[in-house]
Design a protein around this ligand. Structure first.
Ligand SMILES: Cc1cc2nc3c(=O)[nH]c(=O)nc-3n(C[C@H](O)[C@H](O)[C@H](O)COP(=O)(O)OP(=O)(O)OC[C@H]3O[C@@H](n4cnc5c(N)ncnc54)[C@H](O)[C@@H]3O)c2cc1C
Length: 341
């Protein structure tokens, strides 16, 4: 285990901002993880976990402590019957490689989440989702290192308390568990309609009516490459804002004023409003604010074009939130988590 010092967080995050991590190490096994974590705790050194760094924002002050990047490998079939196959995947495996592998096995359940950057272990943290699927739909359980008891624990789907871009890992138990593997139960049936609107439009415009996992994966990759910047080339953290959940009375008011408002009714009667639509309607599409560009193909995405530091990003974020709040009385929230100081 090599522990490095003064490693720039710019190089560990896709937004390409942030100062140095005091200490840094890659982690390849559960045992390494436990040893490094306990050693740091004994020395009162704070620990922060990263995967691919595609959903975190680092500050200019950096992180005064130990950053551990999870690289734990593994992919095995743990159960199989005529309807489904259950796979257990190491937390350090690339999420998209996991999707590709299960699509090659003709398994359904995560194919619409193709090309989401990052690791498999980080996927449950914000309950990743795209094109009508989220990891909560297929996750049976996960294993994690409990930093309070130092035991490896197994948490069921229900215990993860998944919600929209939410789980206990970024809520009540933030920082407690380090996910070491994820177990997914995938269906042997082909994907079937109804599909998410933009996916169905793609199928219609390409005259596609036979659906396999690979057909869905290829369509999603094609749609995403049009709308989302490639983090390997263009610095961003994907969607920088969550969609907003609002009460029905506010939706009714806004709908009167803006009949084209993009919103979906939720099971509890509240509405999920497209924050991308709100930002576009506020006149910010394609704007450059403090070196951050509001992506002209997807206003949820902020691209770090020339931001000098975290302060620039924060100024751009606050300006966008204020413009949306003043126009719609909705306070949109940042999606990526920030490294503590
Ligand atoms: C271009 C682009 C497109 C994106 N599209 C989508 C999308 O369609 N849908 C979507 O949901 N997200 C999307 N994202 C966000 C991001 O890809 C996901 O949130 C992804 O799961 C983050 O994985 P990561 O390994 O990069 O996590 P990181 O950014 O490294 O970490 C994210 C959080 O998870 C924690 N964490 C990481 N690994 C572990 C672990 N093993 N155990 C416990 N905690 C851990 C970190 O401490 C941090 O709090 C996109 C991002 C980009 C840049």
């Amino acid at each position: 285990m090599d522990i490095h010092t003064n490693i720039s967080l710019k190089n560990l995050t896709t937004m390409k901002l942030g100062g140095p991590a005091q200490f840094f190490s890659d982690v390849h096994t559960v045992q390494e993880l436990a040893e490094l974590y306990q050693d740091a705790q004994t020395k009162n050194v704070p620990v922060f976990i990263v995967g691919g760094g595609s959903n975190i924002i680092a500050r200019d002050e950096g992180f005064h402590g130990l950053v551990l990047r999870i690289k734990i490998p593994g992919f095995e079939v743990v159960a199989d019957d005529i309807y489904s196959t259950t796979v257990k995947v190491g937390a350090g495996e690339s999420w998209d490689a996991t999707v590709a592998r299960t699509v090659d096995m003709h398994l359904s359940g995560i194919e619409a989440m193709s090309a989401i950057p990052g690791t498999t272990g980080a996927a449950p943290v914000q309950n990743i989702g795209a094109y009508g699927q989220e990891i909560a739909d297929t996750l049976v359980s996960l294993e994690a290192y409990d930093t309070q008891t130092h035991a490896i624990v197994s948490l069921t789907n229900a215990e993860c308390e998944f919600g929209y871009r939410h789980s206990i890992f970024r809520g009540s138990e933030q920082g407690r568990y380090v996910i070491t593997s994820v177990t997914l139960k995938l269906s042997k049936s082909n994907p079937a309609p109804p599909f998410y609107d933009s996916l169905q439009s793609y199928f219609d415009s390409h005259a596609i009516s036979l659906f396999t996992q690979k057909v869905v994966r290829d369509a999603v990759i094609a749609i995403r490459s049009e709308k989302l910047p490639d983090p390997a080339v263009t610095p961003s953290a994907g969607s920088f804002f969550k969609n907003a959940i609002i009460d029905d009375w506010l939706y009714d008011e806004l709908h009167q004023k803006f009949p084209d408002i993009k919103a979906y009714v939720m099971a509890d009667g509240s509405y999920k409003v497209s924050s991308g639509w709100l930002i576009e309607k506020a006149g910010l599409k394609g704007q450059l604010l403090h070196g951050m560009r509001v992506h002209d193909k997807n206003c949820l995405v902020l691209i770090n074009e020339s931001a000098k530091n975290y302060e620039d990003l924060a100024a751009a974020r606050d300006e966008i939130i204020a413009r949306v709040r003043d126009m719609f009385r909705i306070v949109i929230e940042q999606e990526p988590l920030e490294l503590p100081l």
